[in-house]
Ligand binder design. Sequence first.
Ligand SMILES: [Zn+2]
Length: 68
Amino acid sequence: MPRKCTVCGHPKRREIDRLLIQGGTIRDIAKQFRVNSNAGHRRKTGITRILDKPQSQKKTPGDTQGRN
Ligand SMILES: [Zn+2]
């Protein structure tokens, strides 16, 4: 029987995911919500991909100014 990660089974999982998306570290959040720090959760939920998107699409103000 595969063991579900404590974050996935947590009643406040959505809050935890939101913090992760906002850039919180799994260790800090795990401490805060008293769950096991499970780095695999982040990958499993695809949060790392969500994090990558805004970073790659984001343009630095300096870059925009340099083009115009
Ligand atoms: Zn999980």
